[in-house]
Ligand binder design. Sequence first.
Ligand code: AMP
Ligand code: TRP
Length: 347
Amino acid sequence: MTTGDERRQETAPRVTRVFSGMQPSGELHIGNWLGALKTWVRLQDEYPCIFSIVDLHALTQPYDPAEMAGRIREMALGWLAAGIDPERCTVFVQSTIPEHAELSWVFSAVAPLGYLERMTQFKDKAKAQPENVNAGLFTYPILQAADIAIYRADGVPVGEDQVQHIEFTREVVRRFNNRFGETFPEPAALLSPAARVMGLDGERKMSKSLGNHIGLNDDRETIWRKIAPAKTDVRRKRRSDPGVPEDCNMYAWHRFFSSEEEQHWAAEGCRSAGIGCRECKEVLARNIDAELAPMRERRAELERTPGRVEEILAAGTAALRPLARETMLEVRERLGIAGRERYEGDA
Ligand code: AMP
Ligand code: TRP
């Protein structure tokens, strides 16, 4: 089966470097895994990859400064546990490389205001936090464009919700190149096949803030406690009522976690009322647990080595800073502002 998403990937221009980022929101869930991390883990074997914990972006949302360091650490742990391997890619914290913010300002001088005004994420966030509609929330995609361009990345694995921001990035880069000379590649979004995983409620996108998630740290018991009461096809009020698997979110999850045979068993059993929702969920819960078990193990192992996460992040910054600095030097030259001899952006 070929989905539109896969076609988009196939027709993407040749990728030479991958960049992606995630806000340090704390604990990761299976939506983050299927929609982003699983793809990242695969891509690190195919291209040079850079993955960033974007703490500067997180400033635009209400948060407690005392908790930020913990959230960053938690995100890094979650990534490493999920299989992001510092031997095969580079992981770092955005704010440790000041050139991101610097290029963001430069881009703000070419970014079209009208385009920013159409960003649905801004509109959604402004609605969600009406007491804190700050300018950073509005210019957020400009910083995102800078994140990608500072390393001249051309492939950006993201979920469906970020496609608009990648298109915006292309526009910004195009305008910069037109005005100041060819400097940056136009990046393509690399969509994962699971661009939108619904939560336990079966109604809204899985999200930590809605509490409808299964965490990547959840153990076997927790997974079952959450899945047992989860919503299924409403037609199946009794065990003997046949259902429509396509209308059941648990079946949608089977498609992510179960073998072809099990998917077939679940679909047929549902249609014929040959199996009950409980049996169906037991298999699903077991498969989710099996996929998460190695993550829990890797996490425990990392936690046994104090300082390891910090070391990995510091190595990422050290490896990337010269690249970012070199890009900024070229940008400065193109802009006709203080260049190589007067640039103090040294580490
Ligand atoms: P967030 O936690 O919303 O900042 O998302 C971090 C990454 O996970 C982004 O690439 C999202 O597109 C992806 N993601 C988050 N929630 C989901 C979901 N329910 N389904 C698919 N992908 C998701
Ligand atoms: N805006 C992205 C999100 O909300 C996170 C992000 C920041 C990002 N900079 C990026 C993603 C650069 C890809 C590339 O998920």
